[in-house]
Design a binder for this molecule. Sequence first.
Ligand SMILES: NC(=O)c1ccc[n+]([C@@H]2O[C@H](COP(=O)([O-])OP(=O)(O)OC[C@H]3O[C@@H](n4cnc5c(N)ncnc54)[C@H](OP(=O)(O)O)[C@@H]3O)[C@@H](O)[C@H]2O)c1
Length: 306
Amino acid sequence: MSSVPKFKLNTGALIPSVGLGGWGGLTKEERAATVPWFVTALKSGYRHIDTAWAYGTEKYVGEAIRQSGVPREEIWITTKLPWHHPGLRTAEQSIDESLKNLGTDYVDLYLLHWPQVIDWPDEDSEFLAEIKTRNSSPTFNETWVGLEEVYAKGKAKNIGVSNFSVQNLEKLLATAKIVPAVNQVELHPYLAQEELKAYCDSKGIVLTAYTPTGYNTVRSDPLIVELTRKYNVTPAQIILAWHNSRGVVVVPKSSDAQRQRDNLNLPNVAPEDLKRISALDRNERLCNKADPDGKVYGWTYEQLGW
Ligand SMILES: NC(=O)c1ccc[n+]([C@@H]2O[C@H](COP(=O)([O-])OP(=O)(O)OC[C@H]3O[C@@H](n4cnc5c(N)ncnc54)[C@H](OP(=O)(O)O)[C@@H]3O)[C@@H](O)[C@H]2O)c1
C-alpha cells in the first residue's frame, strides 16, 4: 500500500491524487446528510474534496471542514461554475456565491462544469428538472475569460474545465490566455479516454476522473474481481490504482467510512495487470449518457465531441 501521492499541475500546484466526490443526491435532505460523511473522510485523511454549485453541497463541505478541525489551508477544495450561470452572472459573481457557501475566500480549483449553457428556471428546483439549451448564450471561450479573471484575483488558485473533449479543448485553446490546469471527465476502465489523455498530456492538462470506480458495472468485471484476489484488496482499490498509475486524479464518492479509507489506500498494481485493465476499454459511458433525444444537457455527442 502507498500513501496518497500528489500530482503537479501546470501552475506548479500539487493536487492530492485521491479526493472525495461531493455529489450528495437530488433532495435537500440527502444533501444536508452529507456533513457526517464529509467529516469522517477528513478525519480519515482526505485532503481533497470535489464539489460543485450544482450539487448543492458546497455549504455542507464548508460546515464539515469547520467541524473536522482540519485547517482550511490543508484541504484542496474543487468547485465548479454551473452551466446556467454564463450570461446571467459574471464568473466573479458565481465564484463569490460558491465562496460564501463554502465559507472560504479562495478555492484551490475552479472548473467550468460543462461547455454548453442551459436555462435552469428555478434554482430551488430539483437538480436540472427542466433543461433548455441557450444557444445564443456566451461561448465557453467568452466564459473562460471570466475564469481567467478570478484566477488573476486569487479567488481560484487554479482554473480548469469539465466535460471537455479534444474538439472543445482545441476551440478553447485557440483563445485562452491560460491553459486549463485540469479537465474533469467521466473516466474508468470501460471509458479509458486514451485520445483525450494523450491530448491533455501534450498540453500539460491533468485529467481528473469522475465516476472513477465505474459503479458496480466495472467493479464486478471478471478481470477486476480476479485482481482483487491477487492483491487482496477491493475492486474499487484496483480501479483507482489503475487511474493513479496513469497520472489521473480520482474523486470517488463514498458515504461509508470503511470504503472511504479503502479508496485512499491503494495497492501498487504490476504493469502487466495495468495493461490488462486498460484493455477493458469499450468507450462506454455510465454516468452522463444521452437522453432519448440523443442529447446530454441539450447538446448532441457531436457538439460535445464525444
Ligand atoms: N464533473 C462532472 O460533470 C461530474 C459528474 C459526475 C460526478 N462527478 C464527481 O465525481 C464524483 C464521483 O462520481 P460518481 O459518484 O459518479 O462515481 P463513483 O465515485 O465511481 O461511484 C460512487 C458509488 O460507488 C460506491 N462506492 C464508492 N467506493 C466504493 C468502494 N470502495 N466499494 C464499493 N462501492 C463503492 C458508492 O457507494 P457508497 O457511498 O455507499 O460507498 C457510490 O454508490 C462525484 O461525487 C462528483 O464529485 C463530476
